[in-house]
Design a protein. Structure first.
Length: 281
């Protein structure tokens, strides 16, 4: 069982460490990173599915996969643009907003109507609006990254498709869309790209797949409540990297509010875990 907990923790450490990759991978346009991420993920995942479970690579429908492909492109592209523009803390903040958005969907869909859910949702929302009020900066970057991913998760929840097979079909649907990116990228820098830089770009597919594979494996044995606790590690780690490596400003009030939001989400998930254990007795 420890193995699956370590897989869940490792997945979130990798996700939280993604700004390190962009820091050491060279100064290239963000959309070029998106292009590399789509192509390398498609190739690596295609090889993986071919070797491990070839029968699942055959199911593809452009009509079915176009919407999640667009949502994932917005999430990946938004994250890459934010990180390469120096907004690491704001991009990491997106993944603190993510559980709040998911909780709001559960509440307004009638899936979570307990007073406890409303309390933690209201408290989280208050902290978010308090940060906005003090800073005067609406969290556009966080929402532009988190909202497409929430919609992507909801789409997968509705269609119940295997995550790896779904991701392969979605990256396949993205390939024609890559042609559109071609017109927005100035490829003059390609002459100066070194061999180790090409290797780093190809690694982006591996960095995309590895945490997802670990997380999917962990989710088979570890409860969602525990995994939700582990997921809070990712934005915290990203913010630490943004502060120390990218030298972003993290004022005292932001540190207090972000810590309060993370603590609120941790306590909420722990109460869920306790409630689940009590129901099992």
């Amino acid at each position: 069982m420890l193995k699956y907990h370590l897989q869940g923790i490792s997945a979130n450490i990798i996700w939280g460490s993604l700004p390190l990759y962009f820091y050491f991978s060279g100064e290239y346009p963000p959309l070029f990173f998106l292009l590399a991420q789509i192509i390398s993920t498609f190739i690596l995942l295609g090889l993986y599915l071919k070797v491990m479970r070839a029968e699942e690579t055959q199911r593809f429908s452009l009509k079915l996969n176009l919407l999640p492909a667009l949502l994932l492109m917005l999430n990946w592209g938004g994250y890459a643009v934010a990180i390469k523009s120096g907004y690491v803390i704001e991009a990491s903040y997106a993944y603190l907003l993510l559980p709040i958005l998911l909780l709001s969907v559960s509440i307004f869909n009638g899936e979570s109507n307990q007073k406890k859910d409303w309390f933690f949702f209201s408290l989280s929302l208050f902290i978010v609006f308090l940060e906005f009020y003090i800073s005067g900066n609406f969290p556009f970057i966080g929402l532009l990254i988190s909202i497409p991913f929430v919609l992507y998760l909801l789409w997968h929840k509705k269609h119940n498709i295997d995550p790896l097979t779904g991701l392969f079909n979605e990256t396949k649907a993205m390939l024609p869309l890559c042609c559109l990116l071609w017109f927005f990228i100035d490829f003059g820098f390609l002459e100066s790209v070194k061999l180790n830089d090409w290797a780093m770009l190809l690694m982006l597919g591996l960095i995309t797949l590895l945490p997802l594979t670990l997380f999917v494996s962990a989710s088979k044995k570890v409860s969602f409540n525990v995994l939700s606790l582990y997921q809070i590690m990712s934005p915290i780690l990203g913010m630490i990297i943004g502060f120390h490596l990218y030298h972003q400003d993290l004022s005292t009030y932001k540190f207090i509010l972000y810590s309060s939001l993370a603590l609120t989400l941790i306590v909420y998930n722990m109460t869920n875990q306790i409630g689940t254990k009590n129901e099992s007795y």
